[in-house]
Design a protein around this ligand. Structure first.
Ligand code: GLU
Length: 298
């Protein structure tokens, strides 16, 4: 395990589609927060769920980050290459008697109005495919988010570590990776705020220091939904990276002066990293201001 000696941030996209403005906001926010604190910014490709992935999306995301001047430290970590590590940590938790097989299907859980932690933990049923759950429910987790302040989250359910279809669960992979990469600051979209308590508990159970969490505002569409592949958010146009950055920075509360707006992405990010102030970020989810028309994309 890396011992964190400095600020280490990360951007961890799932390759389910190309980057859109919402993902650019998370990438830029996590990048600036790390760079402005003299830290490193890592990129991790969360290619954990092949059925949900789009062929070519991972490479397209990396090309897009590069086109926007978002250059990461070191090499990209690929979750698809870390299965043996997830297995190792899962075996360790099982060895401590902290896991159990859960045979409940989604429809059963829905019918019962939630997962029955105690009944399921005690069940001797061995039929059919099973998820692996962590015995962790109960009480609450408290943390102070960089933008949302003190949060108290009840841990209602036993976290799934391995899904019924045999794939590693996002919660396990993300926490194991954040620990192994020595991440000190997790800056990401506010849609993940509600999963943070369960992740914090897993950090603790795995005996690791809990990073600082910060959840950035979500870019919404005119229908009031967060931009996502499901609601057909337009892919970023990599031929106009400067305009995209100006728009993402404006959304985060940093208004790039007109004479800088047509400069290179690297120059714009350099300007922004010298000015990054967390308190300037407006945490409200909302629609973005329209894209600047002056950009030449160089
Ligand atoms: N891979 C997750 C996503 O794209 C993000 C995970 C994280 O930042 O913790 O939604």
């Amino acid at each position: 395990m890396t011992i964190p000696t400095r600020h280490i941030g990360r951007f961890a996209p799932s390759p389910t589609g190309p980057l859109h403005l919402g993902s650019l906001v998370s990438a830029v926010g996590s990048y600036l927060d790390a760079i402005a604190h003299g830290g490193h910014w890592l990129v991790r490709m969360e290619d954990l769920d092949p059925p949900r992935e789009e062929p070519g999306a991972a490479d397209r995301i990396l090309r897009s980050l590069d086109a926007h001047g978002l250059h990461w430290h070191g090499t990209v970590t690929w979750q698809s290459r870390r299965h043996s590590r997830y297995d190792e940590r899962l075996a360790e938790l099982a060895g401590r008697g902290l896991t159990y097989a859960c045979h409940c299907s989604r429809s059963q859980i829905r019918r019962r109005g939630g997962h029955d932690n105690t009944g399921c933990r005690a069940s001797r049923e061995e039929q059919g495919p099973a998820a692996v759950r962590l015995k962790c429910a109960g009480g609450e987790e408290r943390f102070e988010d960089l933008w949302h302040g003190v949060q108290h989250q009840a841990i209602i359910d036993d976290t799934i570590l391995r899904r019924r279809d045999g794939l590693y669960a996002y919660q396990l992979a993300v926490v194991v990776d954040d620990i192994d990469q020595g991440i000190t600051h997790i800056v990401r979209g506010a849609d993940l705020l509600e999963t943070t308590g369960a992740q914090q508990r897993l950090f603790r159970i795995l005996g690791a220091a809990v990073p600082q969490f910060g959840h950035l505002p979500l870019v919404m569409n005119p229908g009031g939904q967060k931009l996502s592949k499901q609601n057909h958010a337009p892919a970023l146009d990599d031929r106009r990276p400067s305009a995209n950055l100006v728009q993402a920075l404006g959304f985060l509360g940093f208004h790039v002066p007109p004479d800088l707006q047509t400069e290179t992405p690297v120059a714009i990010l350099h300007w922004a990293s010298a000015r990054w102030q967390r308190h300037q970020v407006d945490r409200r989810n909302r629609e973005p201001a329209p894209i600047a028309q002056t950009d030449t994309g160089n």
